[in-house]
Design a protein around this ligand. Structure first.
Ligand code: ZN
Length: 133
């Protein structure tokens, strides 16, 4: 079950990047017809999720992250002043699992796989792990 991976360079503190095409390419490279694909990030301050790639929703997503995490007296800020990013990543999770059928990731019409940078700019890695089945 070896993973493939690709990099994403973010250029803002908080940023949403549509990574669907990159994941689809990784899946195409493995030639698995039926199974599962797990998309994950080995980072504590970014996350992956599935939703629509629409600019208003992107702004709403960034706003709810702010609403949920800003203003606390977070103890982790004593270390590197990015507790909000860690907490948002914990809330949203660091992986999504999706079905593969006919060699294609099964996404709804408007669904895209998104990376949410919470403490950029940084170079991020995305792992794509496929399970044949
Ligand atoms: Zn930290």
């Amino acid at each position: 079950m070896p993973a493939q991976s690709f990099g994403v360079a973010t250029d803002r503190r908080r940023q949403i990047v549509d990574i669907t095409t990159n994941v689809q390419q990784a899946v195409a490279d493995r030639n698995i017809d039926e199974g599962l694909v797990v998309v994950s990030v080995p980072h504590c301050t970014c996350t992956v999720y599935v939703n629509e790639d629409e600019s208003g929703l992107a702004d709403d997503t960034l706003e709810i992250v702010d609403t949920l995490t800003t203003g606390g007296r977070w103890r982790h800020n004593r270390i590197d002043n990015n507790a909000e990013a860690h907490l948002a990543a914990s809330i949203m999770g660091n992986a999504v699992c999706l079905p593969l059928s006919g060699g294609q990731i099964q996404l709804g019409t408007w669904q895209r796989i998104m990376l949410l940078e919470l403490d950029g700019p940084r170079q991020r890695q995305v792992a794509v792990t496929m399970v044949d089945g």
